[in-house]
Design a protein around this ligand. Sequence first.
Ligand code: SF4
Length: 362
Amino acid sequence: MNDFAEKLLAWFAGCKRDLPWRRLQHDPYAVWVSEIMLQQTTVAAVIPFYNKWMARFPTVQSLAEAPLDDVLKHWAGLGYYARARNLHKGAGLVAAEFGGVVPSDPKQLLSLPGIGRYTAGAILSIAFNQEAPILDANVIRVLSRLHAVTGDPKTSVATQVVLWRLAEEALPLGRAGEFNEALMELGALVCEAGAPRCGTCPVSEHCAAKRLGDPTSYPQFTGVKKWLDVEDVSVAVRNAAREVLLVQRSPELALWGGLWELPRATRQDGESLEGCVARAAYEGAGLNVCAMSPFGVVKHVVANRRITLHGFEIAALDFLEPKAAAWAWITPETRGNYALATPQVKLTDLLFASDTQGRLEL
Ligand code: SF4
């Protein structure tokens, strides 16, 4: 083993965090779940979700057999719900096509939804100890600095090719999983994005960016995120028992597919807020509005969308059964039975809080 790998692995052995998925590394399903949850989500945020998930779906078979609604309920609050839908679909395929055993063949792994080269590399190296490289945000940062890699890893294919090659060449024979984890841990704990701790870095003598004197200039990201500002309206309508209507989004939708919400619409160019309220009620649940009153606003960011979500309580004409594919009447006590995305949880919190403050009846 080379000096770099030796130093990195020695540091990892002494400094690695005790994380729940590290106790299940022999189990490819457990590694798969953790890697998907950790995409675009911090370790601290993932831990409680991971523990709850593994208690409810401890095996790939148990996930395959669970209804999608239950799966989404256990993901609610973690965001990027396509990850949960893909995990569920992937578990079904493993059960149907691979006898319930997560495959150790790279091609078979890559055939599963939501598994790209990075996730496959993590499962193959960590659970099966195969010599497969990984390249997540932490590893990109560490390798870019160690080798002073030029070009934007987000947009330059040539830079991506260089980074994958470096990640592959660095793997020590027989210890790929541990090494990949050590690289990620170094990025998370030492080689941080804004403030790398070069003074305590175990591999600083191998680092080109440190020698050049400006580690934070790597990776050479150039793009500026383009924000899309969106206004949404959700309407709250009640039945005679003061229960509130929720409708289920189509599972086919990329954003929040399969989750439950107050009927909702996105405000169109030139449309008044009131017009959007009427449309949300009609398109979301087949309801004709006869009165409306605002009860709160929630701001939320999803990917590049900055969403302002307006909540309106409405009264509707002539309905007994809302026209929506799936719907339910909820109270504060029964809301937890349904999977709601975070902005809808916040909005219904505001709605129920406005009840306890004695709002006027519509
Ligand atoms: S020396 Fe500094 S920049 Fe280089 S890998 Fe270590 S922490 Fe990162």
